[in-house]
Design a protein around this ligand. Structure first.
Ligand SMILES: Nc1ncnc2c1ncn2[C@@H]1O[C@H](COP(=O)(O)OP(=O)(O)OP(=O)(O)O)[C@@H](O)[C@H]1O
Ligand code: SF4
Ligand SMILES: [Mg+2]
Length: 323
């Protein structure tokens, strides 16, 4: 893995045990993110993106369980920390923004109270200093009239404003890593573009690494330096975004790219045929096989591991990933 990564994840696996059996939601993922860079994580609904994010920051509870892996941040493996220790790291060194800000903001506290309490709970600063910082943050994330906003409750704000408050709150402690799980999916396109542009600006300012989960490939193309394509709980392709978009190496990545319109493109759209497998009983071979137009007998032997293609690119396919 590259030497200057702030976050290094290796072989992370998480499962849920229920009456129907064991759901292998995340099945051994490995990736790294450098300071100031964005990793875009894409894949169809249910492929394990959110569970992966929650696993990174110690937010998986029963019936979920992390069965293996290491998550290195700042010289410590987050998976070895006590619940108290991980709570300290969360927010301060690694922050989260989710799709629905209404469930993340406290409905009975004003924006000002929530922001200042977050700052005071993690840092030894006076209330007045925390308030000053809160005002500055609201302005930084592009919210007009921060003084007035501080006195408002979440339900008095639009979805876009709430999401900006959430981002402000996530950035209040200047984390080294921001995990953003579909941060703008619920918003209309123009608000989405503004928020993403602000996020990029703040990232530059703070040198923060971002893990951006989205099923919008346009957002990934605009934001990500690197991409991880997930399928059935595993990363099937990983590498520099521009190169993966220009010449996808895995049959699933190719299908994913063909299923979305390209700006100004004239090719016909092709939805991906079939359904992703249930994560309850994954085969011992390539999970994409039932949908793969290139599948052959050799694909039934083993689960293909990520293999290096050179130039930082990795593909998990027994055809090797070349086109
Ligand atoms: N609390 C839970 N209990 C049991 N299974 C769960 C739980 N949370 C998630 N799963 C399962 O884990 C798998 C991965 O879910 P996850 O939410 O990570 O998908 P996702 O890639 O984020 O999808 P989406 O794009 O729809 O957000 C799914 O099969 C889901 O049913
Ligand atoms: S291993 Fe075989 S089935 Fe799987 S993606 Fe590659 S070609 Fe398709
Ligand atoms: Mg999700």
């Amino acid at each position: 893995m590259p030497g200057n990564s702030v976050l290094e994840v290796s072989n992370l696996a998480t499962c849920f045990t229920g009456s129907a059996g064991v759901v292998k939601a995340v099945n051994g993922v490995t990736f790294a993110v450098k300071a100031g860079q964005t990793l875009g994580v894409v894949g169809e609904s249910g492929c394990g993106k959110s569970v992966m994010c929650l696993s990174l920051v110690g937010l998986i509870g029963p019936p979920g369980r992390i069965v293996s892996g290491e998550v290195w941040l700042n010289g410590q493996d987050l998976l070895q920390l006590s619940p108290k220790e991980i709570r300290r790291v969360r927010g301060r060194e690694i922050a989260l923004v989710f799709q629905d800000p209404m469930t993340s903001l406290n409905p009975i506290l004003t924006v000002g109270t929530q922001l200042t309490e977050t700052i005071v709970s993690h840092e030894e600063v006076s209330k007045a200093e925390a308030r000053r910082r809160a005002l500055e943050l609201l302005a930084r994330v592009g919210l007009p009239d921060p003084e007035r906003l501080m006195r408002r409750y979440p339900f008095q704000l639009s979805g876009g404003m709430c999401q900006r408050v959430m981002i402000g709150m996530a950035l209040s402690l200047q984390p080294k890593v921001l995990i953003a799980d579909e941060p703008t999916t619920a918003l209309d396109v123009t608000v989405q573009a503004q928020i993403l542009a602000e996020l990029k600006r703040l990232q530059k300012e703070l040198g923060m690494a971002i893990v951006l989960i989205t099923h919008d490939l346009g957002v990934v193309a605009a934001m990500a330096d690197e991409v991880a394509v997930m399928y059935a709980g595993s990363i099937v392709e990983y590498g520099p975004a521009a190169e993966i978009f220009a010449s996808p190496g895995h049959p699933y990545t190719r299908a994913l790219l063909r299923s979305v319109p390209r700006l100004g493109g004239e090719e016909e759209l092709a939805p991906i045929e079939g359904q992703p497998p249930t994560l309850l009983d994954l085969p011992g071979y390539c999970a994409y096989l039932p949908r793969c137009p290139q599948a052959g007998e050799e694909c039934r032997v083993d689960k293909p591991e990520l293999r290096a293609l050179g130039s930082g690119r990795y593909v998990a396919c027994c055809l090797g990933g070349g086109r």
